[in-house]
Design a protein around this ligand. Sequence first.
Ligand code: UT7
Length: 338
Amino acid sequence: MLQPHPTRFSSRIIGTGSAFPQTTLTNSALTQRIDTSNEWIVERTGIRERRISQPGNPDELNSSLGFLAATQALKMAGKTPQDLDQILYATCTPDTLIPSTACWLQSKLGANRAWAMDLNAACSGFVYAVSTADQFIRSGNVKTSLVVGGDVLSAFTNWSDRTSCILFGDAAGAVVIEQTPLNSDRRILSSHLKSDGNLWDLFHIPAGGSKLEITPEVYQQNLHKMQMKGKEIFKVAVRTLAEYAVEALESNGMTLQDLNWIIPHQANLRIIEAVAKRLNIPLTKFIININRYGNTSSATVPTALDEAVRDGRIQPGHTLLLDVFGAGLTYGTILLRW
Ligand code: UT7
């Protein structure tokens, strides 16, 4: 195992924010488009409704949702955009391929001192980006970082595929992370990232990158939209979310009993329930928002975190585990003390 470089610093989250598009798409509205029912969707996924960006609405672009979430996070942190050294934008649905969504956001914020980049680890993106910010901060290169997890998956959803289109929604969540003296009480304790590129075909978008241009034929076949093997992902997700949660705790000499909250990626309520069962911990330890927002990809964890911070469930001194998986496949955990 690689030994971490000695450092004088830790990092801690000091502000959170979240934003959703205005339009709510309910399960019953979906029954107008595809052969499904509210009962099937609720029973098989736990989702009741999701928010969808209106195409062409400049206020509901990925970077616009990111801007709203970032503004809230900065306010909670007591920081201004000028305080930011770094902007990391976790997304697999950028506003444009170039420039990065992070640069669009930088421009909207007027965060002139920062450098900005996107990071794509699909639904694991937020955890990957927080881990990256943590490394920059602990190395002493960055003092204040803005990390956004934002996705507008509705633009890449095949709305005629009933096995996938019921799952997804649009959102952005943000955190401000700052440098703090090494081993401060409130800090990120550790982060753990993994991926398995061999499992690329469980969830991918074949066209739209440099590999496959979107020609009329490609468009006709919906190859520019998400293709998902739901049952296979489900199984990997349950196994890895449970296994890597324990691994993260063990590497800190902790057990599940030391945790106040788990914030898992919200892909399907049944996945979260199966993880709770496998770990033998009550579902009440999980922060869950999938019922109202669906799977918002890299935004699930920061929006759930923001909600639980603002409603007072998360209190100073609490120990949190962020636990995710996503296309790639990618996996990640972050253990932190609030
Ligand atoms: O970021 C994360 C990436 N994605 C995921 O994590 C997805 C993980 N997987 C899942 O969430 C679930 O596998 C799904 C929700 C996608 C599907 O649920 P399932 O319980 O695995 O259903 P299934 O694919 O086994 O399908 C069961 C039945 C099938 O009918 P038959 O063959 O038994 O007659 C499907 O055709 O349910 C049918 N079905 C539906 N029925 C009504 C599939 N989708 C629907 C639907 N409405 N929307």
